[in-house]
Design a protein around this ligand. Structure first.
Ligand code: NAP
Length: 300
């Protein structure tokens, strides 16, 4: 159930470690309604980002040193690329307040549990999470308060995690407008490999394929991009560091889904080569059903 408008803040002090698209969207929601945290502290890798955060007015304080950012925070949310998590966790671990909850928004979950879990001190809770919502934009200017509205947030708490800590992070995401579900981390990584990581890999690759064409054809690609290619270019505009880290940290599941995709693409190629219209039509038909189902469940 969504909370009443006057609900008291869930946390006293929320420290956002990384304040790009995801962190700044959480910050905007927390600052606007004050129902998530009484105080919001933002940390980033560069002072330029923190200066911009202050200009935008989307945090109460900024702090360049992650260790100082987490001091006194009862909720710490890692919102940096997943490849940076191990170093960040090492930097903040000795400074975490007893009873604090460490959570994250990373797009891969087994790697986060592997990299961050062992560094969490006794008496501090760890509730990994992944809001399945995003755009191709990054940085503190790109966030917005409705980003998580009606979208899923998947929690992958390790066995034995304090149920009260899980409930508080679930409530945080509900207050951001999300629907919350818990999942095994390995299952999460397989599901996300097909619904998000593989499509990004294909988009980056197809844009590279177009880029590799000889000059004249490349001009035509841009000129006539409306016919399908344009949709790939949107996700291919996503941040390279973030996606490099996702691919490397969900290696096995991504490679498995890619292998399956290549088999299916080979089958389609064979049908095209040998002129098998019913196979081609059938494959397209099955793809359309997925799209229709997505529209029906309002996730399109
Ligand atoms: P983003 O817009 O690129 O912002 C990243 C933030 O992390 C910046 O504030 C950056 O600081 C900071 N940072 C700290 N250490 C860093 C390092 N070593 N390398 C790069 N940046 C570092 O990223 P985002 O899109 O919000 O993504 C953040 C996390 O959310 C990622 O783990 C991603 O997997 C996950 N996620 C993303 C989406 C999406 O669609 N974008 C969706 C769901 C989950 P500076 O600005 O000072 O560099």
């Amino acid at each position: 159930m969504p909370e009443s408008p006057a609900a008291p803040p869930l946390f006293k002090r929320l420290a956002l470690i990384g304040i790009g698209l995801i962190g700044s969207s959480v910050a905007r929601i927390a600052m606007e309604r004050r129902h998530i945290a009484a105080e919001v502290v933002a940390n980033a890798r560069t002072q330029a980002t923190l200066d911009r955060v202050l200009e935008l007015g989307i945090a109460d304080h900024v702090e360049l040193d992650p260790a100082k950012a987490v001091a006194g925070a009862d909720c710490v949310m890692l919102c940096a690329p997943v490849g940076a998590y191990a170093a960040l966790a090492e930097a903040i671990a000795p400074h975490l307040a007893p009873g604090a909850i460490v959570t994250d928004v990373g797009s891969t979950k087994q790697s986060v549990i592997r990299d961050v879990g062992p560094l969490i001190p006794a008496g501090v809770h760890f509730v990994p999470a992944h809001p399945v919502a995003g755009t191709e934009y990054s940085g503190p200017d790109s966030g917005f308060t409705t980003l998580f509205q009606g979208r899923w947030c998947l929690l992958t708490p390790p066995p034995g995690t304090d149920p009260a800590a899980i409930e508080k992070i679930s409530e945080l995401w509900r207050r951001c407008g999300s629907m919350v579900e818990s999942m095994e981390p390995a299952h999460h990584d397989r599901v996300l490999a097909i619904v998000s990581h593989l499509p990004h890999l294909l988009a980056f690759t197809i844009c590279n394929t177009a880029e590799g064409l000889e000059d004249e054809s490349r001009q035509e690609v841009l000129k006539f991009a409306a016919s399908g290619f344009r949709d790939f270019t949107r996700i291919a505009a996503s941040d390279p560091v973030m996606w490099r880290d996702i691919f490397l940290n969900n290696r096995e599941a991504l490679l498995e889904m890619l292998a399956r995709f290549m088999e299916d693409a080979q089958a389609m190629a064979r049908a095209v080569r040998w002129g098998d219209p019913s196979f081609i039509e059938d494959s397209i038909q099955r793809g359309r059903v997925i799209r229709r189902n997505l529209i029906e469940i309002k996730q399109a």
